[in-house]
Ligand binder design. Structure first.
Ligand code: UDP
Ligand code: MG
Length: 333
């Protein structure tokens, strides 16, 4: 029998967990019937500071399909998804946000498309729930990414989608730390089927990703999928040098011909400010790449697991790193 894994990152979501639990449970029940599958629900607790972990382990006690991966601290949305994928054992993995913005009721459609033979199924937003400035920035970001990305990318989709085992393994092979999942999924390739849905408002609570995190995520997307900013520096340098060369020729000529040799103030000031600005921006862009290279070469793991709680028998099967360590310790004694 085939297994379907559902992976969700969870951070301080106590307010919506009961609704999430009942909706996903209902979907898993019907999917198991409809498709003759076994379901596994991998919930990654990304260092929540509210009652999330407690509630998740309670749920796990009631439903043996749950696996709770408790991370040692808050690592962020993408690392949490990565942790979930690495712990999922299914023949297909559905990845989605745990705030109910990605409706669980769409899962059967994703599964149907997978069973029809698609390795990758992307859930594409027909509309988005964010309005105002945030919605505008999202739109701007996706338009920009589509333009600058070196890889031809379908933008407008988020993490929500399904990967079969092979595509998931291919994606897990990409070890980079600055992860932009929609881009990595495109990189992996294969026929990518699409299923459309309307993005909902989150069921309760506030967005858990701060604005700076989102901004950083956006920069990750652009800098890890495009070398165009670097090439833009080159082009800019070339254009400025080109005009400077002719301007210098012009000045020398003026000097030789003794025309209007009074030293001015405006030209040097403007030149210095302009060039200074361009240089700082260029260094900044280099820095963005350099910082990411530094991040990658350190080769740190993407996350640290505190413990894994397997559903059904919560206390019996709590695998803590702590207990693993203390066993080693007593062995040494
Ligand atoms: N999330 C997480 N770690 C974080 C921030 C968010 O695991 O540091 C989870 C969060 O609980 C939710 C999903 O990632 O299930 C998406 O987060 P959020 O809704 O805050 O992001 P947005 O929808 O604003 O992009
Ligand atoms: Mg959300």
């Amino acid at each position: 029998m085939r297994t379907l894994s559902i992976v969700m990152p969870i951070y301080n979501e106590e307010a919506l967990l009961p609704e999430l639990f009942s909706r996903v449970q209902r979907v898993m029940d019907s999917a198991e019937h409809q498709f003759d599958l076994r379901c596994e629900w991998v919930l990654v607790n990304d260092g929540s500071r509210d009652r999330t972990l407690y509630m998740l382990s309670e749920f796990a006690g009631q439903d043996s399909r749950l696996i709770v991966i408790d991370l040692s601290r808050n690592f962020g949305h993408q690392p949490a998804i990565h942790a979930g994928m690495e712990h999922a054992s299914g023949d297909a993995i559905v990845i989605m946000d745990g705030d109910l913005q990605d409706p669980p009721e769409l899962i059967p459609e994703l599964v149907q498309s997978w069973l029809d033979g698609n390795r990758v199924v992307v859930a594409q937003r027909r509309s988005r729930a964010e309005h105002g400035l945030k919605g505008m920035l999202f739109g701007l970001f996706h338009a920009m990414l589509a333009r600058v990305s070196d890889l031809k990318m379908e933008t407008g989709s988020g993490v929500f989608g399904l990967l079969d085992r092979r595509a998931a393994n291919d994606l897990l092979q990409l070890r980079e730390r600055n992860r932009f999942l929609p881009g990595l999924r495109t990189w992996v390739g294969y026929e990518q089927a699409k299923v459309f849905y309307d993005r909902e408002e989150r069921a309760a609570g506030k967005p858990k990703q701060s604005f700076t995190r989102l901004l950083r995520y956006g920069f990750d997307a652009i800098f890890s999928f495009s070398l165009k900013p670097l090439r833009a520096i080159w082009t800019l340098g070339f254009i400025v040098s080109f005009f400077s060369f002719f301007y210098a020729l012009f000045l020398i000529l003026m000097r030789i011909l003794h025309i209007n040799v009074v030293a001015g103030f405006t030209t040097p000031t403007v030149a210095i400010l302009l060039l200074g600005g361009i240089q700082l921006i260029s260094i900044g862009i280099l820095g963005e790449y350099l910082g990411r290279i530094y991040d990658e070469v350190k080769q740190r793991p993407h996350y640290v697991v505190n413990r894994v709680i397997r559903g059904g028998t919560p206390t019996a099967s709590i695998e803590t790193q702590h207990s693993a360590l203390s066993t080693q310790h007593s062995f040494a004694d």
